[in-house]
Design a protein. Structure first.
Length: 245
């Protein structure tokens, strides 16, 4: 599948995310509490490494994804059919550096806090059940508007939490949690945030501003989690072959 066709499909498939968000709101807003929001919503400025899962109706959300899959004309994904241009690929490599997962033996098997390594890549570890997430401090939970006992299910090279993964898995028809699927999910998050459009014209600073709402490890994030400097990002991005205007 050509890059143009992939991104054209992405544009159409945005309806799936909208429908899923509407469903979640009807169920009490659980998706909004766990997944990234546009702009500066409850979670919009937080790094996936710091998003938390509270009580989440996993059966309901899984059913809604199944319903969407049968009602929305979504793209069937295969690893051989997914491609990104050089700038997006370089930016994905940069995100892994910023998140710190690039330093792991296998970035795609990293779980938040590095206490567990993903063994089964057939799906997100919080979906397969091999990992239930990392408990967070009462202060971090309170800062997120949740009670004590909340957890983070951020996993993989791009530290994607379970609800976000479920949404993207359904939207892109991702077959597993393997490297190609994680790359595809992260690339779609960049597209949703508007960062891909900035990379297409060589605007690295603009792409960073857009993507920092998704990954607080990027410079410019307002989440206060010690984002990397623009100098570091530029060096990594250029080292991966990314170009600027």
């Amino acid at each position: 599948m050509s890059r143009a066709r992939v991104f054209a499909s992405f544009a159409v498939l945005g309806l799936a995310a909208v429908a899923l968000a509407a469903y979640a709101r009807g169920q009490g807003g659980s998706e909004a509490a766990d997944a990234p929001a546009d702009g500066l919503g409850a979670w919009g400025s937080f790094n996936p490494s710091a998003w938390f899962d509270g009580a989440f109706p996993i059966d309901d959300i899984t059913q809604s994804i199944s319903d969407l899959g049968s009602e929305v004309d979504t793209m069937t994904y295969t690893p051989s059919g997914f491609s990104v241009d050089a700038n997006v690929g370089a930016f994905l490599g940069t995100i892994k550096q910023c998140e710190g997962t690039a330093n792991a033996p296998d970035p795609y098997r990293v779980c938040y806090a590095y206490r567990h390594t993903v063994q089964d890549l057939s799906d997100h570890p919080a979906v397969t059940g091999e990992w239930r997430g990392e408990p967070l401090s009462a202060a971090m939970c309170a800062n997120a508007g949740l009670g004590p006992g909340c957890v983070s299910t951020a996993a993989g090279a791009y530290q994607i939490i379970r609800p976000t993964w479920l949404r993207l898995k359904a939207k892109l028809r991702l077959p597993d949690f393997g490297p190609a699927s994680q790359d595809a999910a992260a690339a779609e998050l960049l597209r949703e945030r508007g960062a891909t459009a900035r990379l297409a014209v060589g605007d690295l600073a603009g792409a960073v501003r857009k993507a920092s709402a998704e990954w607080a490890s990027l410079p410019g994030s307002t989440a206060g989690q010690g984002g990397k400097s623009m100098t570091q990002v530029s060096a990594w991005y250029g080292g991966f072959g990314g170009g600027t205007a």
